[in-house]
Design a protein around this ligand. Structure first.
Ligand code: CUA
Length: 189
C-alpha cells in the first residue's frame, strides 16, 4: 500500500465520522421537534376551552343576535362598545365597521357559510369565523383612521375580493352618533 492510499483511506474515515455525527444531530433535531409538536398538540387537546358559543349558521339571519338589524356597533350603558358582524361568501356585514377610539370594544362575529377570517391590518386583531361558532375578540384602538380588514382564510374563488374596513372615529363623535340608538356602521360613508 502506498503512502497516498493510506492517506486516502484515513480522510475517507474522517469524512464518514463527520457525516455520521451530523446525521445523528439531524435525527436528534427531528425527534425533538416531533416530540415538541406531539406535546403541544396533546397538551392543547387536554385543556378545556375557556368558552365555546355555538350558533345555527342556517338560521342566523332569521332570529337571534346576528339578524341584520342587530349587526353593527352599539354603545353599551357601561361605555364599552359591542360590534356584531357576519362573514359570508364574499363580504362582511357590515362592510365598514364604525368604532370609537380609546374605548374597549368587543367584536362578536360568525360565518353564514364557510370558514372566513377577520384580520384588522396594523393591529393584533385576527380571528377565524367558523360556521356554527361565535368568535369573540376584545380590541381597542388608540388612533383614529381607516383600517383594512381582509378575509384571511381562503374561502373559495372570491376570497381575494373579500375585504371590509374598520373606521375608528373620535370617542365624542361616536357618542353623538350613538344617541339616536340603533346599530352604527360606516357603510356608504
Ligand atoms: Cu372569506 Cu376568504
Amino acid at each position: 500500500m502506498s503512502a497516498q492510499d493510506t492517506h486516502g483511506s484515513a480522510s475517507a474515515e474522517v469524512a464518514a465520522r463527520v457525516e455520521r455525527r451530523w446525521a445523528t444531530i439531524a435525527v436528534i433535531i427531528i425527534v425533538v421537534m416531533a416530540g415538541l409538536a406531539a406535546f403541544a398538540g396533546i397538551h392543547r387537546a387536554t385543556m378545556p376551552q375557556p368558552r365555546v358559543e355555538t350558533i345555527d349558521p342556517s338560521r342566523i339571519h332569521l332570529s337571534g343576535e346576528f339578524v341584520e338589524s342587530n349587526l353593527g356597533s352599539v354603545l353599551e350603558a357601561s361605555g364599552a362598545v359591542t360590534v356584531r358582524a357576519i362573514g359570508q361568501q364574499y363580504s362582511f356585514t357590515p362592510a365598514c365597521i364604525l368604532v370609537p377610539a380609546d374605548t374597549p370594544i368587543t367584536l362578536r362575529a360568525t360565518s353564514a357559510d364557510v370558514v372566513h377570517g377577520i384580520l384588522i391590518q396594523g393591529t393584533n386583531v385576527n380571528t377565524m369565523l367558523v360556521p356554527g361558532y361565535i368568535s369573540e375578540q376584545l380590541m381597542r384602538f388608540t388612533r383614529t383612521g381607516d383600517y383594512l380588514m381582509p378575509c384571511q382564510e381562503f374561502c373559495s374563488f372570491g376570497h381575494e375580493g373579500m375585504w371590509g374596513k374598520v373606521k375608528v372615529i373620535d370617542k365624542t363623535e361616536f357618542a353623538n352618533r350613538a344617541k339616536g340608538g340603533g346599530r352604527l356602521s360606516c357603510v356608504g360613508q
